[in-house]
Structures are given as C-alpha cells and as structure tokens.
Design a protein. Structure first.
Length: 168
C-alpha cells in the first residue's frame, strides 16, 4: 500500500483513520511526505513494516533555528518522524485511539541532515503490537540518507490512547 502527499495531509487533518483515532501532526511538525509501503507482514521481525520519505527543502523552518551558521536538521525531528510513522502503522491496522510517543530504548546518531540533503527515507520494523490493556506498538526504526543509516532507534513505543486515558 502507498500513500501520497494528499493522503498524508488527510492523516494530519485527523479524519483519515476516523474521528478520535491516530493522526499525523500538521504543519511544521509533519516530518513525512509520502509512505511508499506499509504491510502487516515483513520487516526484520516479520510483524509488519513501513517505508516512508521526506523531501528536504533548504528553507525548512528548523534550518534557521538549529545551530546558527551551521544549519542541520535536529535529530529529535527524525526520531519524532519514526514515532509518527509507528502511530500511522497502528491506525492503519484499524486500532482505535490517538497516538502518543511513550518512549524509546536506544537511539544512535551517525550522520546529519543538511539543507542540500535532497530526501531522507524512514524504515519501521514492527516488533510487537499489544492490544490490551493499552494499545501499543513497539518497533525499531531507521532514518536513511544516501543509502546509509544515519539514525537508529531501538524499541520505539507508541500508544493509542482513548479520550479518557493519559500517557505516562
């Protein structure tokens, strides 16, 4: 399955997966342009995978405010994109609730994203989906640039909260 920019923006509007369910952030915090592939099987653990991308624009807002004179994409935004995409996977799986990042086991940065990067890719390998008592996905994720893994996150956790639940 593939989702284009128009569908990604629908995911950010909060209606794509139904009222009160998973959605992507809108505007500046949306770190995804398209989802190239999403499946409930496959990936490193054969429990599901998601491949997505973001076209890097030299005028992205974060380049002006992160290291004056040395523009680089904040690593936390790449990490947030991985959480965003794990939430999409859960919503796409038909599970109810609004996505919230709940944690990450280990993060490693081994590269940087500059204004001339062109595009970056994301890969999510789902390890586990827990359905009760709290809907939660656990996955490993990567941010890839130029065919090289530059960010790695192990044990990303995203929960889907119903209106009455609170994270943490």
């Amino acid at each position: 399955m593939h989702y284009c920019k128009t569908e990604i923006l629908e995911m950010a509007s909060g209606q794509f997966f139904g009222e009160g369910n998973a959605q992507l952030p809108n505007s500046s915090m949306l770190m995804v342009d398209q989802i190239e592939h999403i499946a409930s099987t496959g990936g490193a653990f054969d429990r599901g995978l998601l491949n997505a991308s973001l076209a890097i624009q030299p005028d992205h807002w974060f380049f002006d405010c992160h290291f004056k004179g040395d523009p680089v994409m904040p690593g936390c935004l790449g990490l947030d994109a991985l959480w965003q995409l794990l939430g999409v996977f859960l919503g796409w799986s038909g599970l109810p609730g609004k996505g919230r990042a709940l944690g990450v086991g280990k993060v490693k940065f081994s590269g940087q994203i500059y204004p001339d990067a062109g595009a970056i890719q994301y890969q999510i390998d789902v390890k586990r989906v827990i359905k009760k008592p709290l809907v939660m996905g656990i996955a490993d994720g990567q941010v890839i640039h130029g065919g090289r893994v530059i960010y790695e996150a192990k044990d990303l956790k995203v929960g889907l909260l119903k209106k009455t639940e609170k994270a943490g």
